[in-house]
Design a protein around this ligand. Sequence first.
Ligand code: GLV
Ligand code: GLV
Length: 322
Amino acid sequence: MKPKVYVTRMVPQAGIDLLKEECEVEVNPEDRPLTREELLHNIKGKDGVLCLLTDRIDAEVYDTVPEIKGFANYAVGYDNIDVEEATRRGIPISNTPDVLTDATAEMAWALLFAVSRRVVESDSHMRSGQWPGWGPLQFLGGDLSGKTLGIVGAGRIGTAMALKSSGFKMEVLYYDTQSNPKLESSLNARKVELSELLAKSDFVSVHTPLLEETRHLFTLDTFKKMKPTAYLINTSRGPVIKEADLYTALQEEYIAGAGLDVYENEPELTPGMEKLKNIVITPHTASATVGARTAMATKAARNLLAMLKSQKAPDCVNPEVY
Ligand code: GLV
Ligand code: GLV
């Protein structure tokens, strides 16, 4: 008998096709996240689950599927999953690293350019039909070449973001628990304390995973330590930033602006934020390229197929279970 898998929302077909070669596959037919009740109900009796960052996977879920062979998360971040509890129960969990690294770093750059050069604001102005013609003081933005880029969290994505700065001859600072020899050798990047990074950077780009230690790493105090001309970019996880404080910092102009792809309480925004002129906000789409999302789907599928055969999943995040 073929193993039964559940996919909590449609992902690119290539991943579904891979699963179908070996499994009976059921996919959430609606293009929306499952409710809690639907999730608990629909995964009953399944051997494996391909889940998303919008699904909370915890003890209650594990209780529903005591025989489960594993969960493959369609994301590199897995803060939506109680991995500790999964490990205690011997349940493998996997993620989708590497395939979205460039796409995410590119989006961080897209936000950086868009907010500092006021691209979205200018676009709205043009569309409004109110442009009076060229003017020497219109839409002045931030300078980029030769400025300082501060990377908070120099893992795969933070490293890729930093490496892409070389064409702009930027000075690169990074803050991480570990040294990054690649950044140091190829960009002369310097590992510094967060306070130094905040004080010196013209652009601060956040790439940490969401962990207890990184939750609310950025608060009003943090923004007050940044240059008033600096921009903040976040393509990691919303709760790394205390969003209400960011709203205050932007409104009071403690910093020049922010480019955000992730939010503290998705899909909600801190009320009033949508009215700010000095932000560019995208709907958690940093990995949303055709190539990255297709590769994430096949990667998640391959991980799940390995789990179903009780083989070590290539991107298992809790290999202690083996
Ligand atoms: C997206 O946010 C991911 O973690 O892959
Ligand atoms: C995630 O892929 C990271 O290490 O930045």
